[in-house]
Design a protein around this ligand. Structure first.
Ligand code: NAD
Ligand code: TDX
Length: 361
C-alpha cells in the first residue's frame, strides 16, 4: 500500500485532490494530510473522509522541521504531494514576508526531510520514492494579449508578484535538489483552478459570494486580463498521472486552451446565478449586472496566462476533460448548495481582510 504525505490538504486544491485520490484508489492507498490550518485551510472540506482508516490529519507547519521530520520518522512515506503554500496574489502584494517563509523556506524543509528519509548511505534514493511539487504558471510572468503565444515548460521564468517570485524560488529549489542530488521529483506548473471549496478571496468564489449578497463586484483595471481556467478535478487527475506515469526530474505544465477575460467570467457568473436560482429564492433579487464595479488595478497585474499542454498530452495522455460551461455550472451549484460553508469561511477575519483590501481601490 502506497503512503502519501500531502501538504496543504485542507486547502482548495489539496482537499479536492484528496477526494479525487480516495475516489480513484479507495483503500489501496493511505494519505497523511499535514496542514497548518491557516485562514485558507478548513477541515470542513474533508469532513466526509475524516473517519476513514486510511486517512490521517496532522496539524503541522511545513516550516517546522522537527514536526515534518517526525512525520517521516513515524511513517514510511512513498509519495509527497506538496501543495502547502500561501496562494493569494493580492495578499502577497500587501505582505510578502509570509510568502517567502511558507513557500520558499517551507519547501526547503519539505525537501530536506524527504531527502534525509529517502537517501541511502551511498547517496542514491530508496526505490520508488517520489516528490511532486505543485506550482503555478504565474512563474512564467505575463504573455502578450495576442492569443498566439503560450507558456511551455522551457519558457523562461519571469515572476512579477511576490507570490509568483516565492513560487519560482520554491520551484528552483526543487530543481536544484534534482540536479544536485538526483532527488526523485517532478514539478507541475498549473493554470488558474476553479471548483468547490475555493476560498472566496479568489475571483470566481468572491464574485459568487458578493453577487448573492448584493455587494459590488470589484473588477480590477479594465477587466480584460486573461486567465486559463482549469476545473480542479482535472488538475487532481493530472497530478496523479504525472506522479505515476511521468518521467522523473521533469516539469509538466497542466492547463489548456480555456482562456477567458475576467469580465466574461463575472458576466457568466451573474447569468448562471439568475438561471439557476428559483424565483422564490430571496438571494435572486440581489443578483444583477449593475453590481459590476470597475476598481483600481492590481499592482503589477499580469495581462495574460495561457498554457499549451502539449508535453503532458503527448507523454502522459492527460487532457482537460471538463468543459468550462459544465465546470462553472457545477461550481456555482456547489456554492449555492453550501451556503453554510460559505458563511463560515466568510465570517470573522475574512470581513476584516475584505475591508482592508477593497476599501481604498
Ligand atoms: P489554498 O490557499 O486554498 O490552500 C493552501 C493550504 O496550505 C491551506 O490548507 C493552508 O492551511 C496550508 N498552509 C499554508 N501555509 C502552511 C504552512 N506553513 N504549513 C502547512 N500548511 C500550510 O491554496 P490552493 O489554491 O489550494 O493552492 C494549492 C497549491 O497549488 C499552492 O502551492 C499553489 O501555489 C498552487 N496552485 C494554485 C492554483 C490556483 O488556481 N489556486 C493554480 C496553480 C497552482
Ligand atoms: O476581486 C477581484 N477582482 C478581479 O478583477 C479578484 C480577487 C481578482 N480579480 C482579477 C485578477 C486576476 O486577473 O481576476 C483574475 C484572477 O484573480 P485571482 O483569482 O486572484 O487569481 P490569480 O491572481 O490569477 O492567481 C490564481 O491562479 C494561479 C491563484 O490565486 C494562484 O494561487 C495560482 O497560482
Amino acid at each position: 500500500m502506497r503512503t502519501y504525505l500531502v501538504t496543504g490538504g485542507a486547502g482548495f486544491i489539496g482537499s479536492n485532490y484528496i477526494h479525487y485520490m480516495f475516489r480513484k484508489y479507495g483503500d489501496e492507498i493511505r494519505i497523511i494530510n499535514a496542514d497548518a490550518l491557516t485562514y485558507a485551510g478548513n477541515l470542513e472540506n474533508l469532513r466526509d473522509i475524516e473517519g476513514r482508516e486510511n486517512y490521517t490529519f496532522i496539524k503541522a507547519d511545513i516550516t517546522d522541521q522537527p514536526a515534518i521530520e517526525k512525520i517521516f520518522a513515524e511513517n514510511d512515506i512513498d509519495r509527497v504531494v506538496h501543495f502547502a503554500a500561501e496562494s493569494h496574489v493580492d495578499r502577497s502584494i500587501k505582505d510578502p514576508s509570509v510568502f517567502v517563509r511558507t513557500n520558499v523556506l517551507g519547501t526547503a524543509v519539505m525537501l530536506n526531510c524527504a531527502k534525509a528519509a529517502w537517501e541511502n548511505p551511498d547517496g542514491s534514493f530508496k526505490e520508488g520514492k517520489k516528490f511532486l511539487h505543485v506550482s503555478t504558471d504565474e512563474v512564467y510572468g505575463s504573455l502578450p494579449d495576442d492569443g498566439t503565444s503560450f507558456f511551455r515548460e522551457d519558457t523562461p521564468y519571469d515572476p512579477h508578484s511576490p507570490y509568483s517570485a516565492s513560487k519560482a524560488g520554491s520551484d528552483l529549489l526543487v530543481k536544484s535538489y534534482m540536479d544536485t542530488y538526483h532527488f526523485p521529483a517532478n514539478i507541475t506548473n498549473t493554470s488558474n483552478n476553479y471548483g468547490p471549496f475555493q476560498f472566496p478571496e479568489k475571483l470566481i468564489p468572491l464574485m459568487i459570494n458578493n453577487a448573492l449578497s448584493g455587494k459590488p463586484l470589484p473588477v480590477y483595471g479594465d477587466g480584460r486580463n486573461i486567465r486559463d481556467w482549469l476545473y480542479v478535478d482535472d488538475h487532481a487527475k493530472g497530478i496523479d498521472m504525472v506522479q505515476e506515469q511521468g518521467r522523473l526530474f521533469q516539469t509538466y505544465n497542466i492547463g489548456g486552451h480555456n482562456e477567458k477575460r475576467n469580465i466574461e467570467i463575472v458576466e457568466l457568473i451573474i447569468d448562471t446565478l439568475l438561471a439557476e436560482l428559483p424565483d422564490d429564492d430571496p438571494r435572486k433579487k440581489n443578483v444583477s449586472r449593475d453590481l459590476i464595479t470597475y476598481v483600481g488595478d492590481r499592482k503589477g497585474h499580469d495581462r495574460r496566462y495561457a498554457i499549451a499542454p502539449d508535453k503532458i498530452r503527448a507523454e502522459i495522455g492527460w487532457e482537460p476533460e471538463t468543459p468550462f460551461a459544465e465546470g462553472i455550472k457545477k461550481t456555482i451549484r456547489w456554492y449555492l448548495n453550501n451556503e453554510e460553508w460559505l458563511a463560515n469561511v466568510t465570517s470573522g477575519n475574512y470581513q476584516k481582510y475584505y475591508e482592508d483590501m477593497y476599501s481604498n481601490r
